[in-house]
Design a protein around this ligand. Structure first.
Ligand SMILES: NC(=O)c1ccc[n+]([C@@H]2O[C@H](COP(=O)([O-])OP(=O)(O)OC[C@H]3O[C@@H](n4cnc5c(N)ncnc54)[C@H](O)[C@@H]3O)[C@@H](O)[C@H]2O)c1
Length: 308
């Protein structure tokens, strides 16, 4: 992939560590300049440490610039895009990867935690897409890339299988990620004419988040052992592929990546149809139950040996 993104500018949120850092590293290896946006917060989003973004940017070399504030405000999103334009002459790639977790059963959860997770994991992605896509569209019209003809953009939203299957105690996190998938679809539609793609990627990789899983049973213990074998480099390979020129016709898709396995997920569409009559309650069970979706969690669905 060396050189395929030469002259391109990217913003990667949550790039100070974990999957985001791997993505930043891979985009830089492909030639892009990258803003490493990370406030260095805890897994729950508390506190902050500006050295996380700064040290990562320093380690990634001259093409990396640190942004150490929280990305979860419209002002920060605008500031990030301005930083990209000032330092790299534009903005071509946005990867919404930053996320926090505040798990609790739905009957115990604190509404303030819900608000924080939705703002951090969903609204922040909207703020950045909103700010960056306006500039991307203008760049396209102005022919950014000149003779190279590069006048398109790439948006990748990092979602989670928890937002697709659901998982115990993850109401806020799963809702934010499901919402991020909805945002991906509409972004892909709104930006199709501008040749800007938007895709969602559900990753699996060993990070500080998998390291702190406390298995509650044998199945979870096995899941954790398997999760710890999976490198984040596979996620960054997929994200960089989507951001490459060859990714231009891929948009509005939901992909998953777990080691060397790459999944294309289906998207919800009606799987059965009945005509409502006077016995609707009875008909629902009698005519549709063989098509009902069970309550398998994402952790159960992906508790298989990964290809690493
Ligand atoms: N690790 C996995 O297996 C897995 C599975 C499913 C989904 N994901 C998703 O992948 C992404 C990366 O996860 P990870 O495991 O690398 O997590 P991580 O906690 O290691 O990294 C996330 C980074 O985001 C930063 N961050 C959080 N909120 C921020 C904010 N408001 N502003 C700036 N930076 C902020 C944190 O400081 C942290 O460095 C997340 O979106 C996560 O939901 C990961």
């Amino acid at each position: 992939m060396t050189g395929i993104l030469e002259g391109r500018a990217a913003i990667v949120t949550g790039a100070g560590r974990g999957i985001g850092r791997a993505i930043a590293e891979s985009l830089i290896a492909a030639g892009a300049g990258v803003i490493v946006a990370d406030n260095g917060a805890s897994i729950g989003g508390e506190g902050g440490d500006p050295t996380v973004a700064r040290e990562t940017a320093a380690a990634l070399g001259k093409k990396a610039i640190a942004f150490a504030d929280s990305v979860a405000s419209p002002g920060a999103a605008k500031g990030l895009v301005e930083m990209a334009v000032k330092n790299f002459g534009g903005i071509d790639i946005v990867v919404n990867n930053a996320a926090i977790l505040r798990d609790a059963f739905v009957f115990r959860a604190d509404p303030r935690d819900w608000d924080a997770v939705i703002r951090n994991n969903l609204s922040a992605a909207f703020y950045l897409i909103n700010a960056a896509s306006a500039v991307m569209r203008d760049q396209g019209k102005a022919g950014r890339g000149g003779a190279g003809g590069y006048d398109w953009g790439r948006i990748v939203n990092i979602v989670s299988s928890a937002g697709l299957y659901g998982n115990l105690g993850q109401a806020a996190y799963a809702s934010a990620k499901a919402g991020l998938f909805g945002l991906t679809r509409v972004t892909a539609m709104d930006l199709a004419r501008a040749q800007i793609t938007a895709n969602a990627v559900a990753p699996f990789a060993r990070t500080r988040v998998t390291d702190i899983i406390q298995p509650a049973n044998e199945a979870q213990k096995t899941y954790k052992e398997r999760a710890l074998k999976i490198g984040a480099n596979h996620v960054s390979d997929l994200v960089t592929a989507l951001c490459s020129p060859a990714g231009k016709s891929i948009t509005g898709q939901l992909l998953g990546v777990r080691g060397r396995e790459v999944f294309l997920f289906g998207q919800p569409r009606p799987v059965a149809r009945i005509e409502a009559g006077s016995n609707l309650a009875q008909d629902l069970g009698a005519k549709l139950s063989d098509k009902f979706t069970d309550l398998t969690t994402d952790l159960e669905a992906f508790n298989t040996e990964p290809l690493v």
